[in-house]
Ligand binder design. Structure first.
Ligand SMILES: Cc1ncc(COP(=O)(O)O)c(C=O)c1O
Length: 396
């Protein structure tokens, strides 16, 4: 893949016809190192966020070789990582996927959130006695921009019975939850951990692992969360209250926080109508969250001939397809002079960008480059200074 110092440098050499996915692998390395140093237990990467090989390579280089996977395709993408540890954390899996994951890929860690799913896992692994089972519990979406509640998770009433049942089958037993993606308040994790603590007490079942899921935030123009250190402090504080704290492993499964800032998309403006810009990527490409989750991504004008006039005007964007829902309300703040033929860099699309892009209307094909400059926004400005080599329970 060609390497450039910045989007502007790329445009000094080329006028790309297709949108360009611009990867900054060094940001993945930095984010992953930060998590490894600051989370008090194994860090799994949620492969669904972005499973491009360069991202996986950077994670591995930083020491992350465990993956939360949701399908056989995701398993296949990461299975070649040396000593990969695979956690099949989709709470509803097909029988065929469970059987192949167990037999062909050696997966031994599975999530479930119902008695039916637990039975399925046990049946399709031939009544295996070497399983680590994670009960996914429902947890209210109190503090995240992309709720994950409703679809999955055992209720407070169901959970104790399910824990007991799984305890009898699992060599290791865990509880997991997901507080919702882009959780912007550290208390989201504290509240969920308190719920776990109550479940352990009310069920009387001891667990060996608590997987606190993903949800750690990144930075966007509309969402400026506290530093990740505040999230870690909250997790440590509440985890320290758990009855199982001396015998239990703590895990996390970040996706967004590791890769959001790792990619920009460089797009061309194909038309301007008032303050609406028609660009060559959109809701059916890497910008799904801008259309359907109310996300505002940072944007800047990068056409070299334009210099860099001050951004001062709010624009809405339309993607290239004929669907009128291919609309990104933003607003995106750009210089007033932007016009047809200009190129924009839209940042922070590394999580749930390329993986959601489809070929609707014949679009969704990208050129790819590597950029070596810094992302437009970052959660890791002082990453080196913040690393603390965390342990849990806290060392005396
Ligand atoms: C089970 C599970 N773990 C982890 C993640 C990653 O979440 P995030 O990208 O918000 O960190 C997701 C996202 O949907 C998920 O479903």
């Amino acid at each position: 893949m060609d390497v450039f110092a910045s989007a502007a440098e790329l445009l000094r050499h080329r006028r790309p016809e297709r949108p360009v996915l611009a990867l900054r692998p060094h940001t993945v390395l930095r984010a992953a190192k930060w998590f490894v140093a600051n989370f008090p237990g194994p860090v799994l990467y949620a492969a669904k966020a972005n499973d491009t090989p360069q991202v996986i390579d950077a994670l591995v280089e930083a020491g992350i070789t465990a993956f939360d996977v949701a399908s056989l395709v995701e398993i296949d993408r990461v299975a070649s990582v040396k000593d990969a540890e695979l956690y099949f954390m989709n709470p509803v899996k097909s029988r065929g996927a469970i059987a192949r994951a167990y037999q062909e890929f050696g997966v031994r860690r599975f999530a479930f959130d119902s008695a039916d799913e637990l039975d399925k896992v046990i049946e399709e692994t031939g009544g295996a006695h070497d399983l680590t089972l994670f009960l996914r519990i429902a947890c209210p979406n109190t503090h995240s921009l992309i709720p994950l509640e409703g679809k999955f998770g055992a209720s407070q009433e169901e959970a104790p019975g399910l824990l007991l049942k799984a305890r009898q089958r699992a060599i290791r037993l865990g509880i997991t939850f997901h507080v919702g993606s882009q959780a912007v308040v550290p208390a989201a994790f504290g509240e969920a951990l308190r719920q776990v603590g109550q479940l352990i007490l009310s069920s009387g079942v001891l667990v060996d692992a608590i997987d606190i899921g993903g949800g750690f935030p990144s930075r966007y123009p509309h969402s400026d969360p506290p530093d990740l250190a505040a999230f870690m402090a909250e997790v440590m504080r509440e985890a320290d209250e758990l009855a199982v704290k001396h015998s239990c492993e703590l895990l996390c499964e970040p996706g967004r926080a590791l890769v959001a800032e790792a990619e920009s998309v460089i797009v061309r403006v194909d038309a301007r109508r008032g303050n609406a810009l028609y660009i060559n990527d959109g809701a059916f490409g890497t910008l799904f969250d801008a259309a359907y989750s109310g996300f505002r991504f940072p944007a800047q004008l990068v056409t070299p001939s334009r210099g860099s006039p001050e951004p001062d005007t709010e624009f809405v964007l339309y993607g290239p397809t004929c669907d009128s829902s291919d609309f990104l309300p933003g607003p995106f703040v750009l210089p007033a002079c932007v016009n047809e033929g200009d190129y924009l860099e839209i940042g922070q699309v590394g999580a749930y960008g390329r993986v959601l892009a489809n070929r609707f209307n014949g679009f969704g094909v990208f050129d790819e480059v590597v950029l070596t400059d810094e992302p437009m926004l970052s959660m890791y400005d002082c990453a080196e200074d913040e690393a603390t080599d965390a342990r849990w329970p806290a060392r005396a």
